[in-house]
Design a protein around this ligand. Sequence first.
Ligand SMILES: C[S@@+](CC[C@H](N)C(=O)[O-])C[C@H]1O[C@@H](n2cnc3c(N)ncnc32)[C@H](O)[C@@H]1O
Length: 308
Amino acid sequence: MNQFYEDVIHGLTSGQKSLPSKYFYDERGSKIFQEIMALEEYYLPECEVEILQNRSTEILSEIPFESLDIIELGAGDGSKTVIFLKEAMKAIKHLNYIPMDISPEILEVNKALVSQKLPGLNVEAVAGDYLETISLLKERKNPRLLLFMGSNIGNFPGEKALGFIQFINDFLRPGDFFLMGVDLKKNPHIIRAAYNDSEGVTKKFNLNLLGRINRELGANFDVEAFEHYGVYNPLTGSALSFLVSLQAQRISIGDISINFDRYETIHTEISQKYSLKELDTIAAKTGFSWERHFTDEKIYFSLSLMRK
Ligand SMILES: C[S@@+](CC[C@H](N)C(=O)[O-])C[C@H]1O[C@@H](n2cnc3c(N)ncnc32)[C@H](O)[C@@H]1O
């Protein structure tokens, strides 16, 4: 059986129903995510772009290599990365860009954009789950800068985030760098609004996951019978997204039936927010010996550079 099916059945038959957020990004989901990135309320990309525009040269001045593999995990459409790559091409003689993403469709968009904006840059895209595909890069000899932008780290709950950064540290060699985009703790109203936009794009994104299960696994979700709910808890620093069943219902996926009580929820995403102090602790705990935070003016977001 395929992994998607197994993960969906596992998630929907658990006590608290849940679905892994990596499955948001089928072709439709990736397109909707691009719409989210353009939303007024979704401040994250704008802050990250500001940092990339104003501070890429400074970030690159910390990286003393003539040859470099820039490896980007969950690269998406690459629209922000090109700002950094443009500066990197000036600073580094021999540069390779290796975008990795689970969505082959978004990688096509990424490659087309990067080659149009930065002709002459060597791009070697790798499609698949980066937890598996990263091992394909083990033998490459160049020093590495691993990029993990877009606050992707926020999608790992608690200890799993530490485990993931440790996994990255294990992949890097001494002297290599890790640059991570992190959404910082801020006024909770601002965070809450980012996951409850007034145009309902986040709702469409969340509901598309049920649509995808219908399309790919032959399920019979009535998407209209579910609602999106996004909440931010300042005690834990977690923004959580749920799908709420608006009525008692039974759905089937192949020969498996799943019952929903009225108002039962499916947890679909966590977007964890951090303080700069917490990031220092995480870097130290995961084996990085040095780090520096590059923030936007409002200190909403950090691009944190760490060295192994
Ligand atoms: C929140 S988007 C961020 C995209 C981009 N980094 C940015 O900052 O705009 C997350 C991206 O990671 C990809 N992704 C999520 N889980 C993944 C996994 N396990 N392996 C590879 N790619 C993954 C998605 O397809 C999506 O393009």
